[in-house]
Design a binder for this molecule. Structure first.
Ligand code: IPT
Length: 955
């Protein structure tokens, strides 16, 4: 006979949200009531199962002197106890809801604290947990005060009656797995612990309980209406607006509205008999009108990102400075919106969004994605037993965050399929807060939601949706559209976002999107630099899919973020060569251009020869003006000329310094004059070698050996690139995925067969056939060398043969220079990398860099670092000019070594700097979770001819 006892740990597998906690209420950053942070070093003991230890540790007088210590807030797996697990959507335990594994790492936490000597003796006290993953049971001074789930949501407990002046013992038992884990299957590391603040709040008699600030804006009259509903009566004052009213009373006054572009907040106070709470009131009205999301009467265009909370050492335990850094980086990169994927963030983040100005889609802590593996059978969101837990989560989010003007949309969660529980959440939210809209991507018919939202839809589909040709239910057809996720920023990329932006700006119905995602969740690790899935020996994992952000784990902007900044710039500048004017368009939704200064500059061969102020009127949103450029300065050199126009901050702002670049554009004037090289010299056969002008070649193979005093190794046609994450594509993508197909075809092991070395009167011609073993496809390649005595000219002609079905990774030549080479200068696109569908931010000019700084340190090594539209480059004493412009890459390892590496620590500098001079590159796309490169960015095999002119730089 077998039986299972009812035990003290049944709450762990109980679908209910918990017991003992106070009802959820509004969060406020401060008040005149006392509070005590209980953050710091806590005693810690890890057990392998939920019931390995009894609860005697919670009793007063327990001696935890032998226990380890951990920092709170923190995750124990990042502090030397156990290790993190990364899965995208797979539950790392058997799916048997609500049961969880017996092996359930359980962290007992103990903290002893004294009350400050001036802690008031009257009133009560509340103990607040801002975030604990995934389930906690709490004792204070030996008394069990409750247990809770809902990792990224606050929980408060009334504890006044239990407190003592000194020696209070707070005991918290945290289980890694619980029934709540089934609701928290977000694509991220599983990181148990008390990862947000723990605070003791004094609750004075007559203190504030819950309150709801209603602050709307009438954009026709320019009036704001304020009403603060409060559980405890009191007065509301806003000195800047001469407001002094009772709670519950409305007052209407002229105000300046809050928008993400003009985040006007009015300081106020809610005063009840026992407490004064500072308010920051932002007046704005969110409506769905004419099928559009409007704020203060104006439709929004979201230029957004999905933000997970991440710090490479502290995981999701973020400090205020890191949160502020995120907001400042967003503002400085022209981002105007955040989806808090996929849970409410630390509350301080929303304070920052109010203050600096970002539209927020606040998303509930809910994802049940792993149920997709069983066709969504037993999905908790469609099982009434779980509905109380879902409603609890919705309420904890809405009640906590309802007073933030930045929050304009509530999101029910992510990737949870469909079900009655979601409908119940939406109904509850609508009843509680009718002043915001509701989002949930999984609601394809928009039964519960106010916006049609999709993820990773390709350009063609977004175009159809923009035209209203997507079908869908009657309700959906009348709703606005957003891409809640697009532009998967994994590794090199995302590509094609300028093409998306073009669609967003072409159709009113499309109100923008949110790039997936803000930051790579790499974990700082001595072995690898940054670790990703699998690096901790996980049984199931999803590799580097966890590193798909616009920021590297250490918050260095990736080229993807620089590209996005340019693509979404809030001023459009278009030049007209014919009449010497530029058309400047204000692409803000609310702000005029008075915060910006415009400057023109004029470049000859990439060097600025003159610049000046461009007088641009303070255009209202959507307005354009044609502004005359000065007459071009005289150019005695007869070089390539262009205009550059920049818009910069005219003065320091809260988020960026004066001169910070906001928007820019370049337009060519006179094209690059081509260099004429006389063919004065002819090839001369000597002992084992051929000489031609400054160059020497191997007589047998025709391989270039040197140019003047510079040794050149291994110059030959090259098509391979270390596949990017987007080349490889996601396993579930049905489309062609070129990374694996290239490898299958053998493009990483091309053989070069020599057909002939021909010495002509004025040219050395080397004919080859480049092809992979076992295949009939080939690239017939002819190298034709000529010289005028000092310069060496190479024309490469490539003719594909056979049945080519795939684009090429790249098409160009590679060559090796001495490893002592330490930098390059070039005239062309820069300063950062670019690929065919990521060129927006590539600015034509003169640039220089060390070889090391030319590398983009993707967390999983892959193709990177190409500079676009290069006219010439100087490297290692060589000058190379290209006709036409070319892509330039230089690294201390080969593409094959780059391809083999799993972490940057696998890459070791050799004795050669490998240089790629490319005629073509395959586009990037975002097939690691979305569409591949658009056809116009694909490098289809076709006859090609390109020329390089080499010369030795003297002096
Ligand atoms: C989508 C998820 O919503 C997001 O959390 C993340 O996993 C992203 O993909 C990929 O990085 S779900 C997608 C597999 C359709």
């Amino acid at each position: 006979m077998s039986f299972r006892t009812t035990s003290a740990i049944d709450y762990v597998e109980d679908v209910s949200p918990g017991s003992g906690a106070l009802p959820p209420r509004a969060r406020y950053a401060s008040s005149d009531a006392r509070s005590l942070s209980l953050n710091g070093s806590w005693r810690f003991r890890l057990s392998p199962t939920a019931d390995a230890e009894d609860d005697s540790f919670a009793a007063q007088g327990f001696d935890a002197g032998g226990w380890a210590e951990v920092s709170v807030p923190g995750h124990w797996v990042l502090q030397g106890h156990g290790s993190p697990i990364y899965t995208n959507h797979l539950y790392p335990f058997p799916v048997d809801p609500p049961r969880v594994p017996t092996k359930n790492p359980t962290g007992d936490h103990l903290h002893t604290f004294d009350l400050p000597s001036d802690w008031p003796s009257d009133g009560g006290a509340v103990l607040r947990f801002d975030g604990v993953e995934s389930c906690a049971r709490v004792w204070l001074n030996g008394t069990d005060i409750g247990e809770f789930k809902g990792s990224r949501l606050p929980h408060e407990f009334a504890v006044g009656h239990l407190l003592k002046p000194g020696g209070n013992v707070l005991a918290v038992r945290v289980h890694q797995w619980s029934a709540g884990s089934y609701l928290e299957d977000q694509d991220q590391w599983w990181l148990p612990g008390i990862f947000r603040d723990v605070t003791l709040l004094h609750r004075p008699a007559g203190g504030v309980l819950d309150f709801f600030v209603h602050a709307s804006y009438d954009h026709v009259e320019g009036l704001g209406t304020l009403r603060v509903d409060s559980d405890v009566d009191g007065r509301v004052t806003v000195p800047g607006l001469d407001i002094d009213v009772a709670t519950g009373e409305s007052v209407t006054v002229p105000v300046r509205p809050w928008t993400a572009e003009t985040p006007r907040l009015y300081d106020g106070v809610l005063a009840t008999e026992g407490e004064r709470v500072p308010l920051r009131v932002g007046f704005r009205t969110v409506v769905l009108e004419d099928g559009l999301i409007k704020v203060n009467g104006t439709p929004l265009l979201f230029k957004g990102v999905n933000r997970h909370e991440w710090h490479p050492e502290r995981g999701r335990a973020l400090d205020l400075e890191t949160m502020r850094e995120d907001v400042l980086l967003m503002k400085r990169h022209n981002i105007n919106a955040v989806r808090t994927s996929h849970y409410p963030p630390h509350p301080a983040f929303l304070d920052l969004c109010d203050e600096y100005g970002l539209w927020v889609v606040d998303e509930c802590d809910l994802e049940t994605h792993g149920f997709t593996e069983q066709a969504w059978r037993d999905n908790p969101v469609d099982d009434d037993r779980w509905t109380p837990a879902l409603l609890d989560r919705a309420a904890r989010m809405v009640e906590r965050d309802k007073n933030h003007p930045s929050v304009v949309i509530w999101s029910l969660g992510n990737e949870a399929g469909t079900g009655r529980g979601l409908t119940a959440m939406a109904e509850w939210i609508r009843g509680r807060d009718g002043s915001r809209l509701i989002h949930y991507e999984g609601d394809i018919d928009c039964r519960d939601t106010d916006v049609y939202s999709r993820m990773y839809a390709d350009h063609a589909e977004v175009d159809r949706i923009g035209r209203g040709l997507d079908g869908g239910t009657h309700r959906r057809r009348g709703l606005p559209f957003i891409l809640c996720e697009y532009g998967h920023a994994m590794g090199n990329g995302p590509g094609g976002i300028a093409d998306y932006q073009h669609l967003f700006e072409s159709y009113d119905r499309i109100q923008g999107g949110f790039i997936w995602e803000w930051i790579d969740h790499g974990i700082k690790d001595e072995r690898f630099g940054f670790a990703y899935g699998g690096d901790f020996g996980e049984e199931l994992h999803d590799g580097n899919f966890v590193c798909d952000g616009l920021l590297f784990p250490d918050r260095t902007p990736s080229p993807g973020l620089v590209e996005y900044k340019k693509v979404i710039e809030p001023v459009r500048i278009v030049g007209d060569r014919a009449d010497g004017t530029v058309r400047v368009t204000n692409a803000y939704d609310f702000a005029d251009l008075s915060a910006l200064t415009f400057e023109w500059s004029y470049q000859v061969d990439g060097e600025t020869v003159e610049s000046g102020v461009l007088p641009v009127p303070e255009l209202a949103p959507g307005e354009s003006a044609d502004v005359k450029l000065p007459d071009p300065p005289a150019d005695p050199r007869g070089g390539e000329t262009q205009w550059t126009v920049r818009a910069t901050l005219a003065a320091d702002t809260a988020w960026g310094p004066r001169d910070h670049l906001v928007a820019w554009a370049q337009f060519p004037l006179s094209p690059r004059p081509l260099t004429v090289v006389a063919r004065s010299d002819g090839p001369v056969l000597g002992k084992g070698q051929i000489t031609l002008g400054p160059a020497a070649f191997d007589a047998r193979t025709g391989a270039l050996r040197s140019i003047g005093g510079i040794d050149v190794r291994g110059l030959r046609l090259d098509v391979w690139r270390a596949p990017t994450d987007n080349d490889n594509g996601a396993a579930w993508q049905p489309d062609l995925r070129y990374g694996p197909l290239w490898r299958e075809l053998g493009l990483h092991r091309m053989q070069h067969r020599l057909n002939s070395v021909e010495l002509g009167d004025d040219a050395l011609t080397v004919r080859t056939r480049v092809a992979p073993a076992a295949r009939e496809v080939a690239l017939r390649t002819v190298y034709r060398w000529t010289s005028d005595g000092t310069r060496l000219r190479l024309t490469v002609s490539v003719a594909p043969e056979g049945d080519w079905r795939l684009p090429l990774p790249r098409l160009g030549i590679r060559l090796g220079l001495a490893g002592s080479v330490d930098g390059a200068r070039w005239f062309g696109g820069g300063p950062g990398e670019a690929y065919p569908d990521t060129t927006s931010a590539s600015m034509v000019g003169r640039w220089e860099s060390t070889i090391d700084a030319l590398q983009t340190p993707y967390v999983r090594p892959q193709e990177n670092g190409a500079r676009a539209d290069v006219r010439w480059v100087e490297i290692g004493g060589l000058r190379v000019e290209g006709e036409p412009e070319f892509w330039f890459t230089a690294r201390r390892w080969t593409s094959e070594q780059l391809d083999a590496a799993e972490h940057p620590t696998d890459l070791k500098a050799g004795d050669t700097v490998w240089v790629n001079l490319d005629h073509g590159q395959q586009g990037i796309g975002s097939q690691s979770c979305g569409p591949g490169a658009l056809p116009q960015y694909q490098l289809r095999p076709a006859p090609a001819e390109f020329t390089f002119l080499f010369s030795e730089i003297h002096g």
